[in-house]
Ligand binder design. Structure first.
Ligand code: COA
Length: 187
């Protein structure tokens, strides 16, 4: 897959972030309300972390390990969030993950991007299954998955361990799983 891939939706362009996006990513992802329901987002979030992440994204496109896009509003060009997919070729499936800056929540942006990512996984990567997981205390994320066509598949108790020293946060989190099969998507 080519690193310069651009996906389009009605209101968004999805393309890999560039180093010039580091400050903006730091500002949006630095909000604990955004970070706390993700598994791996560091907090506090430093610019150097965004720069390293952007480099990691470029490397991962090259190896096919991950395909991560930034979400840009078509109207303003503003970066409003990120969404990525991690393929598992052995099992012909891919997991997606995402975040949207808090000031943009509740406007359907994550759903719009997730629907496009579903097409990317099935049409461009040619895989058989797409899946995503969410912390049970994050119903908005489950809703995004379902609106993107995924079916709720169950909950694993205390499945993820989220730790943030700065917030004195250390929890084993019940985790919900959603998935969509190519055969169901094609119907
Ligand atoms: C989860 C997240 C990506 C959603 O982004 P978004 O752009 O606001 O999502 P959308 O607007 O497309 O859809 C959100 C849906 O959740 C619903 N929702 C929001 N809060 C909810 C709540 N507390 N309970 C139930 N549903 C809720 C909204 O009503 C909407 O559904 P609707 O269109 O049927 O009304 C965003 O909240 C976020 O970035 N959170 C922090 C990071 C994160 O949790 N990432 C996902 C990790 S699995």
């Amino acid at each position: 897959m080519i690193y310069s891939t651009v996906l389009e939706t009605d209101r968004l362009l999805l393309r890999p972030p560039t180093i010039g996006d580091a400050l903006r990513i730091t500002s949006l992802a630095g909000d604990w309300d955004v970070a706390k329901t993700t598994l791996n987002m560091p907090h506090p979030y430093e610019v150097s972390m965004a720069e390293d992440f952007i480099q990691h994204i470029a490397d991962s496109w090259d190896t096919g390990e991950d395909y991560t896009f930034a979400l840009y509003l078509k109207t303003s060009g503003d970066l409003i969030g990120m969404m990525g997919t991690h393929p598992n070729l052995r099992h012909s499936r891919a997991e997606i993950g995402y975040w949207v800056g808090k000031e943009y929540w509740g406007q359907g942006y994550a759903t719009e991007a997730a629907r496009r990512m579903v097409r990317f996984v099935f049409e461009d990567l040619g895989l058989n299954r797409i899946e995503a997981s969410y912390f049970v205390g994050n119903p908005a994320s489950r809703r995004v998955m379902e609106k993107a066509g995924m079916t709720f598949e169950g909950i694993r108790r205390q499945y993820m361990h989220r730790v943030c020293e700065a917030k004195n946060y250390d929890e084993y989190t019940d985790t919900g799983f959603c998935g969509l099969l190519r055969e169901d998507w094609q119907k």
